[in-house]
Design a protein around this ligand. Structure first.
Ligand code: TXA
Ligand code: MG
Length: 355
């Protein structure tokens, strides 16, 4: 194991060339470099080097059956990784790349087995971040990058979060400050008809439907309850995810009923001796009086809520909260990704409030 992790500061828009060269050298030698994307920080390794990808699983303590996303610097790189690129995919790449949309293709035999966890498919995306794109270009290879957290933890939206989980386990992190979107990319499976969203994320369902006409949501994307996933189409669906150390309950329903229910639950848990955290929004923040109350932002600005989500979950942990009671938000636009993460983080402890 490595003793030290290099912290390399870079400007998010105009990254220093020498710093990128240093990071790219590490990638080319088979090392591990965490880097920012527009969604969350990723932990990068040369996607075509099986040893490097193997080390990546180990550093994250990630189950071997859950493959990472492969990041490319231009659309033409997809043709080396996928053996079939449907015309729907070409249209989507044209419109949404670079950006928070991951596409599942049938894999090409150029890709090592370990990179796709032995599946016949591969997940690919082009990130919308100058540091990520510069790193991929300078490395000269596609970069396999799962989120740069220990398996099961909330994804990192700052370099500090990466170091909290992975200091001493990876070679370097490129620190370009907080990420913009805050939730991971949308994962869309194009090997089935109609295309299916396996993980809602930074590209809203509504935007994909507008382009594709027909697009389905995998039942686990809604994640209203835990599903038994037998044959892993998206292996990530069956593993515990985004979870803070604290226990968590999500309260959903009409807003006034939700706030009343949260007050009641917070009081109950407090009486049982828990340190209670409430995950609120700007509009409701003042109505709660738990040990720790945090606002994710305004209910009228879902982008702000998404951006602040993972940071808030990590903060509750560092403040020693035992139980988090979280306010649900409407599952529309980016709200679907937020609700998917909250429901999973709570292990599907969902309370429906009604007045
Ligand atoms: O925004 C993001 O997507 C971030 C940044 C770093 O790009 N990456 C990320 O990677 O969230 P990760 O590895 O934490 O999540 C990848 C997801 C997992 O749910 C995994 O199961 C799924 O993509 N996936 C990967 N390969 C797949 C495949 N061949 N078929 C279906 N799902 C796949
Ligand atoms: Mg992840």
């Amino acid at each position: 194991m490595l003793e030290k992790t290099l912290v390399l500061k870079v400007e998010p828009d105009a990254p220093n060339r020498e710093v990128i060269r240093l990071a790219a050298r590490i990638i080319r030698k088979g090392g591990l470099v965490a880097f920012p994307t527009e969604t969350v920080y990723g932990l990068g390794a040369d996607a075509l080097n099986p040893k490097a990808v193997s080390a990546l699983f180990k550093a994250k303590k990630r189950p071997r059956d859950n493959p990472p996303i492969v990041h490319v610097g231009c659309i033409s790189d997809v043709y080396n990784l996928a053996r079939e690129v449907p015309s729907k995919a070409e249209k989507l790449m044209e419109i949404f790349w670079p950006g928070p949309l991951t596409l599942i293709f049938k894999r090409s035999s150029n890709v090592p087995d370990v990179t796709v966890a032995g599946l016949d498919t591969i997940a690919v995306r082009m990130p919308k971040h100058n540091v990520a794109l510069a790193l991929i270009m300078e490395s000269g290879c596609p970069i396999a990058a799962p989120s740069a957290n220990l398996a099961g933890k909330p994804s990192p939206t700052t370099a500090e979060h990466v170091l909290e989980d992975l200091y001493g386990r990876i070679d370097a992190v490129l620190d370009a400050g907080p990420t913009h979107v805050g939730v991971e990319s949308t994962v869309l499976d194009l090997t089935v008809t109609p295309p299916q969203i396996l993980r809602p994320g930074g590209t809203p369902y509504e935007a994909l439907r507008e382009v594709l006409g027909e697009v389905e949501l995998h039942p686990a994307a809604l994640a209203e309850k835990e599903l038994t996933i037998s044959k892993a189409r998206s292996p990530g669906l069956k593993h515990r995810h985004y979870a803070p150390k604290a226990e968590m309950v999500v309260v959903e329903g009409e807003l006034s009923a939700v706030t009343e229910k949260i007050k009641e639950l917070a009081e109950d848990y407090r009486r049982k001796g828990f340190k209670v955290g409430v995950l609120a929004t700007r509009e409701t923040f003042a109505s709660y009086s738990a040990d720790v109350v945090k606002s994710l932002g305004s209910r009228s600005n879902l982008a702000e809520i998404a951006r602040n989500l993972f940071k808030a979950l990590r903060e509750f942990d560092s403040e020693g909260v035992g139980i988090i009671v979280a306010e649900g938000i409407p599952a529309e636009g980016l709200g679907l990704a937020v609700m998917n993460r909250l429901r999973k983080a709570s292990s599907y402890r969902i309370v429906k409030a009604s007045s």
